[in-house]
Design a protein around this ligand. Structure first.
Ligand code: PMP
Length: 346
């Protein structure tokens, strides 16, 4: 039972009841929420919908995410934070992550005083399935985070591997699919939820949809977990302007997908270009909107590019990623400038 996995204080929480959720029907005079009476023409004087219903309905039609299985966070970062607060007891429970991966799983765990078990990837930067399963059995983490395509490696993990890990894991398996739209033939872990409701999926409007500034993250989960998320999250976590940005992105879904296809083509061309550079010893295969490379001297290359006004990410701090740089795929013009700079190094 999912409810057995929840922190008891979350399970038994009496949620904040917002003014507007206490009445149903139509009303013309809203004097219930201590808002300003003057909002100009855009209605921004009113609090936003706590449940982002308009956006979630649109997500059901455009993205095929069932309404009862979706929730919106202030970025997927908030979803990560909330999952930890919902399921992990401070000072007692742990989460498990692959290493290297996206950094905020560990940071949010730390802010909740939840310990982090990290399981190194294999040398080729794929998941060490056996080590993960053995570690899950031994340490019983409350949440296992799996990022696919992984940041910073760009690797997609086979759905069968994720499915097995999620089955062996008695806790929650949270699959972060932030970059899924850049992966060709991607199979989402959301298809696992029906059979295994301990699986939850994270998506975001920040990457393929180009709305990082709006802060819109998506939780896809069993309706049971979705309901708990709705009652435990901050009441007005998604602003109305943000929700509008999400609606705009979905209204223009085709151009977002066209932009993804363009990004994929550019990633492939850029990866081939990188292969020709003498100081690049490895171009890791990526299915995201970035490429990870191994170079002769990452710190020196980083500084060289920075001096030319180009910022990339030096990922060398992880022992598995010595001398690696992660480069986001930018516009055609940006990539041309970058290529010229790369040709001029050493
Ligand atoms: N997950 C991954 C794997 C990411 O790389 C990022 C951002 N770089 C996020 C989540 C955060 O996304 P959001 O902007 O929705 O908070």
């Amino acid at each position: 039972m999912i409810t057995d996995l929840l922190n008891p204080w979350i399970r038994d929480l009496v949620p904040y009841s917002s003014a507007r959720s206490e009445f149903s029907g139509n009303a013309e005079i809203l004097l219930d929420a201590n808002e300003s009476w003057d909002g100009g023409n855009d209605g921004i004087n009113r609090y936003p919908d706590p449940f982002a219903r308009e956006l979630r309905k649109k997500m059901e039609t455009v993205l095929g995410i069932p309404y009862a299985m979706s929730a919106i966070g202030n970025g997927s970062d908030e979803v990560i934070d909330m999952l930890i607060r919902m399921f992990c007891a401070p000072g007692k429970d742990s989460v498990m992550v692959e290493r290297p991966t996206y950094g905020t799983y560990s940071v949010f765990a730390a802010t909740s005083n939840v310990s982090v078990i990290d399981v190194p990837l294999k040398g080729d930067l794929t998941l060490d399935e056996e080590l993960m399963v053995d570690t899950i059995k031994e340490k019983k983490p409350k949440i296992v985070f799996i990022c696919s395509p992984n940041n910073p490696t760009g690797r997609v993990y086979p759905l069968s591997v994720i499915e097995r890990i999620a089955e062996e894991n008695e806790g929650i398996t949270a699959v972060d699919e932030a970059y899924c739209d850049f992966a060709e033939g991607f199979q989402s872990a959301s298809s696992l939820i029906e059979r295994n409701p301990r699986v939850v999926v994270l998506r975001t409007f920040s990457k393929a949809f180009g709305k990082a500034g709006a802060r819109l993250g998506i939780l896809i989960s069993s309706p049971e977990i979705q309901k708990v998320f709705m009652k435990a999250k901050p009441p007005y976590n998604v602003s109305r302007p943000a929700e509008m940005e999400g609606l705009k992105a979905l209204a223009d879904y085709d151009s977002a997908m066209a932009r993804c296809r363009e990004t994929i083509l550019r990633r492939k061309a850029f990866s081939s270009f990188l292969e020709t550079l003498p100081y690049v010893s490895e171009v890791f295969p990526s299915e995201a909107n970035f490429v990870l490379i191994k170079v002769s001297d990452a710190a020196a290359l980083y500084s060289y590019l920075l001096a030319r006004g180009i910022v990339v990410r030096n990922r060398s701090s992880d022992p598995l990623l010595a001398n690696t740089i992660r480069i986001t795929i930018g516009s055609e013009k940006e990539m041309e400038t970058l290529k010229e700079a790369l040709l001029g190094w050493k």
